[in-house]
Write a protein that binds this ligand. Structure first.
Ligand code: ADE
Length: 295
């Protein structure tokens, strides 16, 4: 079972929508929430991936249901939230985790590519949050967590995604204010480099860059998916009842690196937390382990 640091039954009777729940960080979050008693409504575009996660959760005695939806499509998002409400009668939480981007320098990004990344990483999250608010949370309260990224100070070779994520942070702040009157809290989590299946979506030429990432992080390693999930779980939980409008960085201190100051040499490794029993090393990092082993 998932080894959450949070108490069993924390989300008993609650329904939480997790977009991008079919893989990577979203899959991990869905597992943790279900292990704590929530019904996880898994949203994504790939029915096979969603079904697989639903079956994993069910096999462990958890509750999950899969919903195929393109979060860029306003009418589809409206219908999705309506369907979750028909099926379960409530939506207590929303984790806006679905996202995606492609590496490219700004000068090579077309309007179509820019729009696509903004729709997935900004507009889609807004539509999901608005529909959860207007169809249910407005009358019952709730908690929303938006997954953004370590884009502070710019996001070279991912400028479209950086702009979208920065927009999502500002949306989080405005929504926290406007929706406070309904008892709806809105926060964000900004992960740094996470060892997750999402890494395997990038082109092969990025492999060396990916493997070099830990050396740019003060805590000198990748995050685990479970470390991101724990932050999300906290923000959804009653422990965060007075927390709204924040963006919680979970990035090993990477934005605290200042130009010119050498990275402190690691003396004592900060142990990772990995409560996700099904976590797998992404292929791009497995190759490194194989190479290390054969070196
Ligand atoms: N995951 C990545 N992009 C998505 C989209 N447009 N809709 C749902 N899930 C997604």
């Amino acid at each position: 079972m998932y080894r959450s640091v949070f108490r069993p039954g924390l989300f008993a009777g609650q329904v939480v929508i997790v977009t991008g729940g079919g893989s990577g960080i979203g899959r991990c979050i869905a597992h943790e929430l279900a292990a704590l008693g929530a019904t996880a409504a898994l949203v994504g575009r790939n029915p096979d991936k969603l079904r697989a996660v639903r079956e994993e959760i069910a096999a462990e005695g958890g509750r999950a249901q899969d919903y195929v939806c393109n979060i860029r499509d306003e009418a589809a998002v409206h219908e999705l939230v309506a369907q979750v409400l028909r099926d379960h009668g409530r939506v207590d939480g929303l984790v806006n985790n679905a996202g995606g981007q492609f590496p490219a320098p700004l000068k090579d990004i077309s309007a179509k590519g820019w729009e696509a990344v903004l729709q997935t990483n900004l507009t889609g999250g807004f539509l999901m949050a608005r529909e959860c608010l207007t169809q249910h949370m407005q009358g019952h309260g709730g908690a929303i967590v938006n997954i953004v990224a370590d884009m502070w100070g710019g996001m070279p070779s991912m400028g479209h995604s950086g702009a979208a994520r920065a927009g999502m942070v500002n949306f989080t702040e405005t929504a926290a204010f406007e929706w406070s009157q309904y008892g709806v809290r809105v926060n964000a989590v900004a992960p740094g480099y996470v060892a997750s299946s999402g890494m395997d979506q990038y082109p092969v030429w990025m492999a060396e860059n990916i493997r070099a990432m830990p050396a740019t992080v003060p805590l000198n390693r990748f995050a685990t998916e479970a470390e991101i999930s724990a932050a999300v779980t906290y923000l959804l939980s009653e422990a965060a009842a007075f927390v709204t409008g924040v963006t919680l960085r979970v990035d090993g201190g990477r934005p605290n690196v200042r130009g010119g100051t050498p990275m402190p040499a690691p003396q004592h490794a900060a142990e990772p937390f990995n409560g996700f029993h099904l976590a797998a090393t992404p292929r791009v990092l497995q190759a490194r382990e194989d190479n290390d082993a054969s070196a």
